[in-house]
Write a protein that binds this ligand. Structure first.
Ligand code: AMP
Ligand code: ZN
Length: 469
């Protein structure tokens, strides 16, 4: 398989350290809020990569951290811990926030058919591992203590800017964003490994360490969690492109200084999902979630297909208009596939070239949009239905669009029997409440129907309803 590697910035043949085995690491979510569909674009494309590697026969060990401490509001190590900001916003503890949004993240993943990684490890589980790695970095002279914090000394490395396309100006932007520059740093690019002193001393979670009561920096968690579960050699590390610098750059600095040898061979970065205002981000206030799409009637898999229709290395702009086009295409596809006869046995020899054309697309830097067209080619192919269904099922192990069991583009549609029965029942109860002049109940039911996007219309023939998208 050929993959674009951010390290070297070229397309390269993917060859893992150990033949047949892939150690994979994914930067997990910072669980202070719901994931927006931009974050989920990254996880969808990583899921396709993981599944495709398995499809090729690799034994994959995929590790993901859950950031529940240390990720500050600016990636340049300044500002407040995002978790604390989330806890304050919702008048809850950091641990309550972490649990709630971790569960919410995996629920979203499930709806998008994103497989749960083999290992999921919250940062707060690994404090001893962080302390150990930081101690080694101090012993080896790669770290220093200043103003109560432990810093990584980037001047000790021959090449800190490994991805080539970053410079100190980029970091300075991060610093400017949060106004204050950390005067303890020896070099502008140095970053915190362990905090004991911060302007934000209301930090809720703190641990004893050789450097005093404090908490880890964000970057150290990924180096440690990867090392803990994937060992000394990592084959592929994934994340959104905004993580390349400084986060991944810092991970490489720490891990290689700690290990004393090159660490990760391939870096897979997914470009951003943008909306009309630019990069979708949680700090911009209203952001799109899977639940919001569902509440508007979309099957979350339509969003998955929307992502697969474009290449992961191109920015993708979201609009409801484009999503509607995908929804129509998804419906058509599901209808065509469900019309295939399930009788008979597939002809595996005839299925092979059909599946091979899909492989050819994904082998070329995970070209999912071309991969999707293979499904249409299969439908047009001169083979029997059983063979078509077999080939589509095989491909769907990677695409994960429920192509052969799909329910279509809309989740809560008038055609959904269970949903319709619930709506009818609510309307009946509302009519009864109104007749009894129980306005409170009638209003509560009206609100519930509104939340379900159901529009109720009184016509001369009685009450009618439909789902508003
Ligand atoms: P976070 O929860 O903020 O730590 O981000 C989780 C993942 O989403 C990271 O891999 C980010 O790089 C990625 N990400 C953040 N914003 C976007 C976006 N607008 N489009 C795609 N990926 C994103
Ligand atoms: Zn990370």
């Amino acid at each position: 398989m050929i993959l674009y590697n951010s390290l070297g910035q070229t397309k390269q043949e993917f060859v893992p350290h150990t033949p047949g085995k892939v150690n994979m690491y994914t930067c997990g979510p910072t669980v202070y809020h719901y994931a927006h569909i931009g974050n989920l674009r990254t996880y969808i494309m990583e899921d396709v990569l993981e599944k495709y590697l398995r499809f090729l026969g690799y034994d994959v060990n995929r590790v993901m951290n859950i950031t529940d401490v240390g990720h500050l509001t600016s990636d340049a190590d300044t500002g407040e811990d995002k978790m604390l900001a989330g806890a304050k916003r919702e008048h809850k503890t950091v641990l309550e926030i972490a649990k709630f949004y971790t569960d919410a993240f995996f629920k979203d993943c499930e709806k998008l058919n994103i497989k749960r990684p083999d290992v999921v490890e919250p940062a707060t589980n690994c404090i001893d591992d962080f302390i150990n790695m930081i101690s080694v970095l101090l012993d080896k002279g790669y770290a220093y203590i200043a103003g109560g914090n432990v810093y990584f000394d980037t001047s000790k490395l021959d090449n800190y800017y490994v991805f080539g396309n970053m410079n100190e100006e980029d970091l300075a932007v991060g610093v400017r964003d949060s106004v204050e520059e950390d005067v303890n740093k020896r070099n502008k690019a140095d970053f915190v490994l362990w905090f004991t002193k911060s302007k934000f001393d209301s930090q809720e979670l703190k641990w004893e360490s050789p450097w005093g009561l404090g908490y880890p920096g964000w970057h150290i968690e990924c180096s440690c969690i990867s090392y803990k579960h994937n060992g000394e050699y990592l084959d592929i590390h994934c994340g959104g492109i905004d993580n390349a610098f400084p986060h991944h750059t810092n991970e490489i600095a720490q891990s290689e200084a700690f290990l004393g040898h090159p660490w990760c061979k391939y870096w897979f970065h997914v470009l951003h999902l943008n909306d009309a205002r630019g990069k979708m981000s949680k700090s911009k206030g209203d952001f799109l979630t899977v639940s919001l799409l569902e509440s508007k009637g979309y099957n979350p898999l339509v969003y998955r297909m929307f992502c697969l229709q474009s290449h992961y290395r191109k920015p993708l702009t979201f609009s409801y208009e484009s999503l509607d086009n995908t929804a129509k295409a998804y419906d058509k596809l599901i209808n065509r596939i469900s019309a295939l006869s399930k009788a008979g046995e597939p002809d595996l020899d005839k299925a092979k070239p059909l599946i091979d054309s899909f492989k050819e697309a994904l082998d070329n830097d995970l070209n999912t949009s071309l991969g999707l067209t293979s499904v249409y080619d299969i439908l047009k192919a001169d083979v029997d239905d059983a063979t078509k269904l077999y080939a589509i099922n095989e491909i769907d192990k990677v695409l994960s669009l429920d192509l052969t069991s799909g329910k279509g583009a809309t989740v809560k549609a008038e055609t959904d029997d269970e949903f319709a029965a619930e709506v009818e029942k609510l309307i009946e109860e509302r009519t009864k409440a109104r007749a009894e002049k129980d306005w409170a109940t009638a209003d509560a039911i009206r609100d519930k129907l509104k939340d379900m996007n159901v529009v109720v219309v009184d016509t001369k023939d009685g009450i009618e309803w439909h789902v508003e998208k």
